[in-house]
Design a protein around this ligand. Structure first.
Ligand code: ADP
Length: 259
């Protein structure tokens, strides 16, 4: 009997998970984690079973943004029990390492950690798993797109040219990896002054919608620069968990992923 070459492992589903949405960005600091946590919470409020995987290995923000700090348990030393916060099942590499220490890992370790978080975490049955990617186009994105059956990717950008420039690279990466791009979100769009009502376009306005039209992908919506959004994220309760215009905006956005 001749030896057959081992077939390359193709993208695999995550057991029990219906859809996997990856949220990416070209640049850091554009609000990718903020959008991820708020979308997750908004979907949970709409009765969906939602998971949030913080795959931003070098700068995991979700423990802070979702208000959790407990180390996840592993009763059998193999499976990892995720945490629950604001109706969302969540896991972050930030919960497994010392929060004040830098994660200095080479590619293979990084890939191992990602696969562990996908395969060994007891996600249970989920309608949707949201993956908060690191910014840019590195190993984590590559591994995730190649090894996991993603429903699609969403790219968050501010309207600023330097952010859009990098967002284009992220879009290009998803398309070369044949990951469907579900759409673009403009974050830190218009700022409405709460005192005088004046609108300013601090990072510009409309650039992301124009880019979406140019490359033929859906524009999913614009989110303003909003002090309460920032305070809520820093305080560990995403703004979408409460009531008000930003919670409504996230509820609208969430509907676009599930309906
Ligand atoms: P990324 O994941 O792209 O690095 P973050 O979500 O961590 O970005 O956001 C960077 C900072 O900007 C955080 O302090 C966050 O609270 C803040 N932020 C994000 N979106 C908004 C917004 N729409 N209005 C005000 N602050 C925001």
């Amino acid at each position: 009997v001749g030896r057959h070459p081992t077939p390359q492992a193709g993208p695999a589903p995550v057991a029990g998970v219906d859809r996997i949405l990856a949220i990416g960005s070209g640049k850091g600091g554009v609000g990718k984690s903020t959008v991820s946590s708020n979308l997750a919470v908004a979907l949970a409020k709409q009765g969906r079973r939602v998971g949030l995987l913080d795959a931003d290995i070098y700068g995991p923000s979700q423990p802070r943004m979702m208000g959790v700090s407990k180390r996840p348990g592993s009763p059998d030393g193999k499976t990892i029990i995720p945490l629950q916060a604001h109706g969302v099942t969540m896991m972050s590499i930030g919960l497994m390492v010392d929060p004040d220490k830098a994660v200095v890992w080479r590619g293979p370790m990084l890939m191992g950690a990602l696969q562990q978080m996908l395969g060994q975490v007891e996600w249970g049955k989920l309608d949707v798993l949201i993956v908060d990617l690191p910014p840019g186009t590195g190993d984590v994105q590559l591994t995730l797109c190649q090894k996991t059956q993603l429903t699609g990717a969403v790219v968050v950008s501010t309207p600023q040219d330097v952010a859009l420039l990098d967002a284009r690279k992220a879009l290009d990466m998803f398309s070369s990896l044949r990951t469907p791009v579900l759409g673009l979100i403009e974050n830190m769009s218009t700022f409405h002054c709460p005192k005088c009502g004046h609108e300013s376009q601090i990072f510009g306005h409309g650039g992301v919608a124009a880019e979406a039209e140019k490359i033929g992908v859906p524009f999913l919506g614009a989110l303003p620069i909003d002090l309460d959004t920032r305070l809520a994220g820093d305080g560990g309760t995403p703004i979408a968990a409460g009531e008000g215009p930003m919670a409504d905006a996230y509820a609208q956005l969430a509907k676009r992923f599930i309906d």
